[in-house]
Write a protein that binds this ligand. Structure first.
Ligand SMILES: Cc1cc2nc3c(=O)[nH]c(=O)nc-3n(C[C@H](O)[C@H](O)[C@H](O)COP(=O)(O)OP(=O)(O)OC[C@H]3O[C@@H](n4cnc5c(N)ncnc54)[C@H](O)[C@@H]3O)c2cc1C
Length: 223
């Protein structure tokens, strides 16, 4: 699987240690918010000339734009010790990476799906905002609950809040505030949750503790 080569159209900081990349949309590619791609590159070089090259690194990234047009967006939380995310954050635009996908059964379609409660930890904010925006654009209600000590995508969060979308920002270590926010909004719509393992496990436990059904929530675990 060597993927489709696509151009990185732009890279911008959207918060502390967080970047958003606009990627050229390949022909025949369509994806819904909630789905993810497999991005492959050789850090330091970019394009994957030889798929068997040991230097090829591949990681999954979830769409953070509410729709796919000529480009689509992913939001990358930068792990300074990581193999791929620091390299992605240093790109300037114009480079080539390879993507496969879309993958994943978690999707949001504004025509078919209704109100949403989008819960995010860390870089999970990308897909959470995308789903909240898609729901809002389709005339549905949305809530965003976002746990992070250094929130990203503040402009988009403020735009949602200005449109009366409740946005609950929770500090990274404040489990009580996260629990309160989830309990308060649990019944407000279909729950979607995105983030790394410890975060989404906490979210699932909290949903159960609050009398909800974690199996009915759409939870994407970043690993
Ligand atoms: C379905 C899915 C969707 C995802 N969507 C997103 C998204 O939208 N945005 C996003 O930012 N991320 C997302 N991720 C996570 C993403 O794929 C990467 O895991 C993340 O970007 C880190 O990659 P990296 O190459 O920078 O770090 P890695 O090289 O994977 O390293 C991560 C950390 O692990 C440590 N580490 C690595 N190897 C070892 C080892 N052998 N022993 C001990 N420690 C080690 C590193 O030091 C580093 O701190 C998603 C993951 C999945 C599975």
């Amino acid at each position: 699987m060597d993927g489709t080569p696509v151009t990185v159209v732009s890279v911008r900081d959207v918060g502390p240690e967080t970047v958003a990349l606009d990627l050229e949309t390949p022909a025949e590619f369509d994806a819904a918010p909630g789905q993810f791609v497999l991005l492959r590159a050789v850090p330091g070089e970019g394009a994957v000339d030889d798929p068997d090259d040991d230097d090829v690194v591949e990681r999954h990234y979830t769409l953070s734009s509410p729709s796919v047009a000529d480009t689509f967006e992913i939001t990358v939380g930068v792990d300074p010790e990581g193999d791929l995310s620091p390299w992605l954050a240093d790109l300037e635009g114009g480079e080539t990476v390879h993507i496969d996908g879309p993958f994943g059964t978690i999707t949001y379609d504004g025509d078919e799906d209704g109100d949403v409660v989008a819960i995010a930890g860390g870089p999970g904010v990308g897909p959470a905002i995308a789903i909240a925006e898609a729901a809002h654009d389709a005339g549905h209600d949305a809530v965003v609950i976002y746990q992070d000590d250094a929130p990203a995508h503040r402009e988009r969060l403020e735009a949602l809040a200005d449109d009366d979308v409740p946005v609950e920002l929770v500090a990274g270590d404040d489990r009580e505030a996260l629990t309160d926010a989830i309990e308060t909004h649990l019944e407000a719509g279909q729950v979607y949750a995105f983030g790394f393992d410890a975060f989404v496990t906490t979210v699932a436990e909290t949903i159960e503790d609050a009398g909800g059904d974690a199996d009915g929530a759409h939870i994407e675990n970043f690993g």
